[in-house]
Design a protein around this ligand. Sequence first.
Ligand code: C2E
Ligand code: MG
Ligand code: MG
Ligand code: MG
Length: 297
Amino acid sequence: AADAAMYRAKDLGRNNYQFYTSELTEQAFAHLSMQTQIRQGIDRNEFIPYFQPQIDSRNGQIIGMEVLARWQDHAGKIISPAEFIHIAEKTGLIIQLDRQVMRKAIQSFLGWHLDSLVSGKLSLNLAVKQLEQDDFFDFVNELLQDLGCNPNWLEFEITESDIMSNLEEMSRKMGQLRLLGIKISIDDFGTGYSSLSYLKKFPVSKLKIDQSFIRDLPKDEDDAIITKTIISMADNLGLEVIAEGVETIEQQHFLQENGCHQIQGYLYSKPLDSQAMQTYLLNFQKTDHLTPEPKQA
Ligand code: C2E
Ligand code: MG
Ligand code: MG
Ligand code: MG
């Protein structure tokens, strides 16, 4: 088995990050096998979008929803991104994986738009490898034309650390998407190196405050200060701001008092598959506004 694995490792060529020697560890085996399984999952069309609503806490309206990838394996089991995104990013499989999820997500979203169930934006996570692809712009452009989707309905989320890893190229690529009408937000904001100067230069329109700062609000004083600072910075730079990982009404109150009205988190809903999201939207249509759901024990 070790020989076979080493042979495969060589076979995988320059994208391969495994060891070639007899030190092929258990972890490397696991990575290799996960890599093979992800490839099969892509071929079998097993990667699907889940959706999490984003709410304006002032009026309980849905302002958008984030797409979060899930892997529904051949046995029907739902696998979370923590188990595959990292390896998919390292091996470049994220490119096909995300394109598969993106197409399905936009299709569902357009259906809801046509039925007037939703009017906000669809927000998609982008890996830096995806943006680096020479054909990415054309892919997006063609996909939107093919499906009949208005670019103004889309937003891409890029993590702060991905942006910082390749400032110039990311800025150029983001500018192209911006010209097409797609908005860009910075995901996990506050966890990378935020040089304030790049925020002014970049074609971004929204900051997503990382959930690690939200978790211990309003008690944790450091997190409270960081959160307030990000909110006022966004305000001063004319950017929108949204908090992710909001689970409690106390967190929402803190954010509201400090001027952050866009909320995403379990307080309103966990990520839902497309059928459950459809039901959620239909319920929303009946009541006309959302109320927070008390955290479940
Ligand atoms: P992210 O983009 O920062 O997404 C937020 C994560 O927080 C999601 O985890 C979401 O399910 C979770 N979350 C939402 N509300 C709450 C809450 O109230 N409390 C807590 N504790 N967690 C909450 P998920 O779905 O496991 O995704 C993890 C990460 O994987 C994402 O972080 C994103 O970086 C990446 N990812 C997910 N889907 C995709 C995708 O389609 N493409 C790419 N490239 N990356 C993705
Ligand atoms: Mg995100
Ligand atoms: Mg995030
Ligand atoms: Mg994240």
